[in-house]
Design a binder for this molecule. Structure first.
Ligand code: CMX
Length: 440
């Protein structure tokens, strides 16, 4: 067994014992009440999930195992002469709870490089789809095709003990993550570059190699990929992609099936597809106003127009956050360093200056501040990755790190199948009538 897996087993075994004790003593403690409005309105704020890898504070933003994004940018291992964190290190942190050394991150990087070979039939499945199929549909189809490789599914069929579920889940998670950049790059080169594919470079780190296979050799773009793959990885357990992966995984569907469920959720415009929608909205704004750099007044009236047409302003708002997303700030800092004069990047910053007060003035939007998706497309576009319908695939490759590390934890902690109670409006009316009788 590799030493990362050994370490994971050690910490997960200790955590499972700790949870057993907590539940024996406090299992009946009330975490909060559930309001009728929460049952109807997306279960906002109901603390009904455990996800060990990260925790979201509405005002401060995400912390991965206690570390904020600025701290991760400072403390996670980097490539030689690099400034941005390597997602390999973040994966180690989410899995073990320990800050990785350079050697730990390099070990994960080498493991993923070794496992990155994608079987031919996966490419054949991609090729069987019309080339104009949305990249997220191609991505999900490829993940399902890759499911033939599941060690978990095979072992389950052969009969394994519950206590070994985590082991095969871990193996599948590592192999799946290793292969995603190759699959994503294949989809990109197939759809936009006439099928001229680029072979992997085994000497590069996971994100650097991804950038290389996409066809971008600029070192700043590789740095962007490292930052991008780190900050999009996890956002606690209740967001659609994390929750869907966890939910489907709870039926003991193998990691390929569970992750694919997460990705079909990420492909929704209120979740991960918002990064595509943002850049479309900005380009439309630039086109309609006939300028690459519209004034703040022009942007303000365009935002009002979007709202008056009953549409959302993509990249703004959040179900949990109530402040500017630190993932937006990290990208803004990157932009200030690498492309401060790019007109689309500057437009993103100008939108940030005017949008929050307009959104707040509607009186109904709970969070008028930008989320991660408000910024990402403009940076990609700056470096020449202009095909916005591919952006959510990049998000998906990163999100794999968080949701699959979480799935390893779900299995190691022996979480059962998820099955919350649902009710009907008829039931609600009867229940309200009974409450009224009791109060009378
Ligand atoms: N533009 C216009 N209206 C918005 C809005 C926005 N950016 N954000 C919220 N609203 C509206 C909602 O549609 C809702 O309207 P109705 O009452 O008419 O249905 C109202 O404001 C209240 O919504 P909320 O409680 O503030 O927000 P929710 O928790 O329901 O939804 C989110 C959160 C992210 C879906 C929403 O803010 C939104 O649609 N934002 C734009 C899409 C986006 O950027 N998504 C990416 C989120 C990050 C990610 O997952 O990647």
């Amino acid at each position: 067994m590799g030493y990362v897996k050994e370490r994971f087993k050690e910490v997960a075994t200790a955590k499972a014992a700790e949870i057993k004790e907590i539940l024996a003593e406090h299992g009946d403690a009330e975490l909060g009440k559930v309001l009728l409005s929460q049952a109807y309105q997306g279960a906002r704020g109901v603390p009904a999930l455990v996800s060990e890898t990260s925790l979201l504070d509405p005002n401060e933003g995400i912390r991965f195992r206690g570390y904020s994004i600025p701290q991760l940018r400072d403390k996670l291992p980097k490539v030689d002469n690099g400034q941005e964190p390597c997602p390999e290190g973040l994966f180690f942190l989410m899995l073990t709870g320990d800050l990785p050394s350079d050697e730990d991150a390099a070990h994960i990087s080498a493991t993923w490089a070794r496992r990155s070979h994608v079987p031919t039939h996966v490419f054949q499945v991609i090729e069987s789809l019309p080339v104009n199929t949305h990249p997220m549909t191609q991505f999900c189809s490829a993940i399902l095709a890759l499911q033939t490789e599941s060690k978990f599914a095979k072992a389950y069929q052969e009969g394994i003990s519950k206590k070994d579920y985590w082991d095969y889940t871990y193996e599948d998670a590592m192999t799946l993550i290793a292969r995603l950049p190759r699959i994503a790059a294949y989809i990109y080169r197939r759809k936009y570059k006439g099928g001229q594919h680029i072979q992997p470079d085994g000497m590069l780190d996971w994100s650097g190699n991804f950038a290389h296979m996409l066809g971008f050799e600029n070192e700043s773009f590789r740095e962007l990929m490292r930052l991008y793959m780190t900050i999009h990885a996890d956002h606690e357990g209740g967001n659609v992609s994390a929750h869907a992966t966890h939910l489907v995984g709870s039926a003991l569907s193998d990691p390929y099936l569970a992750f694919c469920a997460g990705m079909t959720g990420l492909a929704g415009p209120l979740h991960g597809l918002a990064n595509q929608e943002v850049i479309r909205w900005i380009e439309e704004l630039q086109r309609e106003l006939g300028t690459q750099e519209p004034s703040k007044e022009q942007i303000a009236s365009y935002i009002k127009q979007t709202l008056s047409e009953g549409k959302v302003v993509p990249g703004y708002g959040h179900a949990v956050l109530r402040q500017t997303d630190p993932r937006f700030v990290a990208q803004m800092e990157f932009g200030k360093k690498h492309c401060p004069d790019d007109p689309t990047v500057k437009t993103v910053w100008n939108v940030y200056e005017v949008a929050p007060s307009i959104l707040e003035a509607t009186g109904k939007i709970k969070n008028p501040w930008p989320n991660v998706d408000a910024h990402s497309g403009s940076l990609l576009k700056h470096f020449g990755l202009v095909e916005e319908d591919f952006y959510t695939v990049l998000f998906g490759c990163s999100r794999a790190l968080g949701v699959l590390a979480s799935l390893c934890w779900d299995r190691a902690l022996g979480f059962p199948i998820e099955r919350p109670k649902s009710i009907t409006t008829e039931w609600v009316k009867g229940w309200l009538a009974k409450q009224g009788e009791m109060a009378a």
